[in-house]
Design a protein around this ligand. Structure first.
Ligand code: PBG
Length: 343
């Protein structure tokens, strides 16, 4: 055979490391941590094997476990002791995230990111306060016993964007006050980055960076997380504020707005089904890019591995490597600890 071009020449064991384009390291990874104010013992999350909700007084221990694997950053989610219409436990000084973050930053060197959203804190489970029309309708529905009935199709069942902004800003400031190193707003409220940047600056946290969930899709892959954080909407869905999975170009407009408003890191979520979006953000912006390898991406690999259909270790590593290859600098993933331990 007269083959001049033989790509296999660069695949021998000796040369493979030299021509490798992508590297994965523990310092790329962020591990999610769930702190639960309603429990005093660790509660396993059934749909996310290996993950638990931990009580506030075990938050430090939980983070130490993460640090031992070589992962240096965590993102903290809170499950509050009570919920109300506005989600007021989200910005409470003695709220679950605030208490946990104070302890973690006092006692460890972890880099602490906090998720800023209201869905775990509102009784209706939406990511902001409801419009007055939605409130009336949900009251009507609950008095007639059928909150689900027709709510899904009802275009008026949505959140009040502008009234939500102040609450997010206050939540972010209280996280920074508690010691959070970075703020990660995930509610897909228009103007949230600007509002949060303003509040942080006003409170003297002008050096605290914002990692925006800039292109966050209305995805069915969040299912297991909603069990974990108890944040499923009581009615309706999130399609009025999260992005349509069909849209890629729109993500560039979303991201551009967040850049204008002062975002420091741009996140795409979920990760694997949206690698094209990760690549486009990488291509079009100079900011660090993050991708969130979400609960459903984790759960499906575990489920298949449990059946013996996939090699979990191999597919977890390959998934994270692919997300990096697509252009992410930072990966938020439930695999962080397992993969880091093997790197
Ligand atoms: C809060 C939030 C969600 C996730 C991260 N932050 C849930 C949602 O939007 O429904 C999902 C994370 C995951 O699925 O792993 N808004």
């Amino acid at each position: 055979m007269n083959l001049t071009r033989r790509p296999r020449r660069l695949r021998s064991d000796g040369v493979r490391p030299l021509v490798r384009e992508t590297d994965l390291s523990a310092s790329d990874l962020v591990a999610p941590v769930f702190v639960d104010a309603t429990t005093d013992e660790r509660v396993p999350i059934e749909s996310m094997p290996g993950h638990e909700r931990v009580p506030v007084d075990q938050a430090v221990e939980r983070v130490r476990e993460v640090l031992e694997t070589g992962v240096e950053a965590v993102i903290v989610f809170g499950i509050p002791e009570s919920k109300d219409a506005e989600g007021s436990r989200a910005w409470a000084d003695d709220g679950v995230v605030q208490r946990a973050v104070r302890a973690i930053t006092d006692e460890t060197d972890a880099y602490v990111i906090t998720d800023v959203c209201l869905c775990e804190y509102t009784e209706h489970g939406h990511c902001g306060v409801l419009t007055s029309e939605a409130r009336e309708r949900s009251e009507e529905r609950s008095s007639s016993g059928g909150i689900e009935d027709g709510a899904r199709e009802d275009p008026h069942m949505t959140v009040d964007n502008d009234r939500t902004l102040d609450l997010l800003a206050e939540t972010a400031a209280s996280h920074a006050e508690a010691g959070a190193d970075m703020i990660a707003p995930s509610s897909m409220t228009d103007g949230m980055i600007g509002a949060i940047r303003g509040a942080l600056d006003e409170c003297g946290f002008e050096s605290t960076p914002i990692m925006s969930y800039a292109a966050k899709y209305e995805s069915a892959f969040y299912g297991p997380f909603r069990d974990a954080a108890d944040g499923a909407p009581a009615f309706g869905d999130r399609r009025h504020y999260q992005m349509d999975p069909a849209n890629g170009r729109e993500a560039m407009r979303e991201v551009a707005l967040d850049v204008e408003e002062g975002a420091d890191v741009l996140m795409v979520k979920p990760a694997l089904p949206y690698l094209d979006v990760v690549a486009d953000v990488r291509e079009n912006f100079d900011h660090p890019v993050a991708a969130y390898n979400v609960s459903g991406e984790y759960a499906m690999l575990h489920a298949a591995a449990e059946k013996g259909w996939l090699d979990l270790e191999a597919v977890a590593y390959e998934s994270l490597l692919s997300i990096k290859r697509a252009g992410a600098d930072i990966i938020v993933t439930y695999f962080a600890e397992d993969v880091a331990e093997r790197l």
